[in-house]
Design a protein around this ligand. Structure first.
Ligand code: DP6
Length: 392
């Protein structure tokens, strides 16, 4: 009898923000980087993608719905992920004839973020990590998170780090086939659970130059970039691993800020130059410096990805100082949690810094270090194979 069953699996996956940045590909097709990188996985209570992967013989084509809208699945990167996952399922099916032939069925993938797209946060890392994890669970693949990171990497480089919680390294690897370019856990979230992040959203606009094309231009034209990948990043990776192991915030913060500065310097050294940071970003840098000067030690660290949003890392024990410095400037905005409301620290910012932040930041996100992908029984595909929405 024909198999008409709808098979389903759901997972959530987190966003990660690098403290040693991935910037540059040595192989664009396999998405192999020119340097290793290290990130902090952020809590899924605040930022996560929920994806249900389903398949049945009734599906006519592979379909992806993202936040309720049909989304393109034909891109080479997505296709590479789906092909690898199907190949692994097919290998299991060929060894065990009792397994249903899921690899031959078309997929319905339904995905939702719990944060507004208008937050201007790159969601591709969480998106590809959730897609790969959900399909791997649907196919009951015995693959470890590191094995799945090799697949997610091909969707989007930074996605490979979202297969783990806590503190995560993407080892660049040296093989031409990329089989050693994978993510590993440096330390679980429980090793250093006090890590917090305040995100200052400076622009919700889609970024001017995408990371993919920006990094290609940097590789092709920047001389400074050569020094970054040969010297700066290897040193930063080592210092960062030591700082995380020792839970040394001052060291963690210095490497984070230096590495962000180094990455943005190579962007400025790209020809023609690429500018991701803007006046609001630079005001956030000055604000963090003022906080650290007032504290007499390094209690906050800024970092910026391929856009102007500032991510400020700090420890829970210093929350009154950090949140109390920003809250009075941004109290009207969405995103503050109860612990921050009404806080006012003694840190004084220059008038120009205060006014740039007040006028340029559009929302805040208060979050912290968190766990990796979680299997869930919340489904975005019904038992009879139809998309459902949790937000409707
Ligand atoms: C600045 O992972 O978005 O955020 O592999 O081309 O999809 P692709 O690039 P992507 O680049 C992220 C760059 C970064 C730094 C980082 O996350 O390490």
């Amino acid at each position: 009898m024909a198999d008409t069953k709808v098979y389903r699996a759901s997972t959530t996956a987190p966003v990660n923000i690098a403290v040693v940045k991935y910037w540059g590909k040595r192989d664009a097709k396999l998405n192999l980087p020119t340097n290793s990188s290290l990130s902090v996985t952020l809590s899924q209570a605040d930022l996560r993608t929920l994806t249900t992967a389903s398949c049945s013989t009734a599906n006519k084509d592979d379909v992806l719905l993202l936040n309720g809208e049909p989304s393109d699945l034909t891109g080479a990167r997505t296709q590479a992920c789906l092909r690898e996952l199907r190949d692994r399922r097919a290998a299991l099916e060929s060894k065990d004839a009792s397994l249903p032939k899921l690899s031959a069925m078309r997929l319905l993938l339904v995905s939702e973020n719990n944060f507004p797209t208008a937050a201007g946060l790159a969601s591709s890392a969480a998106g590809f990590a959730a897609l790969v994890r959900a399909v791997a669970d649907l196919y009951e693949l015995p693959s470890s998170p590191t094995e799945l990171s090799l697949i997610a990497r091909q969707g989007s480089g930074s996605a490979c780090r979202s297969l783990f919680g806590g503190y995560v390294a993407w080892q660049m690897g040296s093989r031409a086939d990329g089989l050693d370019s994978q993510a590993v856990e440096v330390a679980p979230a429980s090793h250093w659970p006090e890590m917090r992040a305040l995100i200052l959203v400076a622009s919700a606009a889609k970024k001017g130059v995408s990371s993919t094309s920006g990094m290609q231009q940097t590789v092709a034209t920047s001389g400074l970039f050569q020094q970054r990948i040969a010297d700066v990043v290897p040193r930063n990776m080592k210092s960062m691993e030591d700082a995380v192991a020792a839970r040394d915030f001052a060291a963690f913060a210095e490497v984070t800020m230096r590495d962000s500065n180094s990455f943005h310097a190579t962007c400025a050294d790209t020809y023609p130059p690429i500018f991701y940071m803007n006046d609001v970003s630079r005001a956030a840098v000055r604000a963090v410096e003022a906080i650290n000067a007032a504290a007499g030690k390094t209690v906050a660290a800024y970092t910026f990805d391929a856009g102007p949003n500032a991510v400020v890392y700090y420890l829970e024990e210093n929350k009154d100082l950090i949140l109390g410095a920003f809250y009075p400037l941004l109290e009207k905005l969405d995103g503050w949690k109860d612990g921050a409301k009404g806080l006012k620290s003694t840190v004084q910012f220059d008038e120009a810094v205060s006014s740039t932040i007040t006028s340029g930041v559009s929302r805040v996100i208060m979050t912290g270090v968190g766990e990796g992908p979680q299997k869930t029984d919340v489904y975005l595909v019904s038992e009879d194979g139809k998309p459902v929405s949790t937000s409707a």
